[in-house]
Design a protein around this ligand. Structure first.
Ligand SMILES: [Zn+2]
Length: 171
């Protein structure tokens, strides 16, 4: 399962975790499970086959997403998919691919939202709503490329949402 560019496809990706981060810790837990050192079979299995990368914004509740798309693993980083396009890219990608080691994962949802404080803090300010949407659409395009390069077997969906969590047309 290797892409043309040599990137490892899931589920091997989490084994590449290294360094002192949460993903690395989770990676070692995954390997311990695979080696049978965790007696956790009494717990329900993971059922979600999808993961959502969204912003830390408290208005973006999991319930709104779940109503439209069902249960999902959830990764929250400031700016959501923006994290895949800046200096947090490697970390964001690792977090996003952790669920691939916990069960079958086939779908990724990359999300950004209007009126995002993380986008403002990154220095992006917009006079017009159209300019904001165009910027966020470009962020999503780049984030999709990043995920496809790392995990070409995954289906990637993008979501532009209002601060209420309701989906809007990306373009
Ligand atoms: Zn935000």
């Amino acid at each position: 399962m290797s892409g043309a560019d040599g990137a490892q496809a899931v589920p091997a990706a989490p084994r590449r975790f290294h360094g002192p981060c949460a993903a690395a810790t989770m990676g070692s837990v995954v390997m311990n499970r695979e080696m049978g050192t965790h007696a956790d079979s009494a717990w329900p299995p993971h059922t979600a086959r999808q993961v959502r990368l969204t912003c830390i914004d408290d208005r973006l509740t999991s319930a709104v997403f779940a109503r439209q798309h069902g249960a999902a693993f959830e990764v929250r980083l400031a700016g959501g998919a923006l994290a895949l396009t800046d200096d947090r890219q490697e970390f964001a990608l690792k977090e996003l691919l952790v669920p691939a080691a916990l069960g079958p994962l086939d779908t990724v949802f990359l999300e950004v939202h209007l009126a995002c404080g993380a986008v403002s803090l990154a220095g992006h300010h917009f006079e017009q709503r159209d300019a904001e949407r165009a910027f966020l659409a470009a962020v999503l395009d780049e984030a999709v490329r990043v995920v496809h390069r790392a995990a070409p077997s995954l289906t990637v969906h993008t979501r532009l949402v209002a601060p209420t969590g309701d989906a809007l047309p990306v373009r």
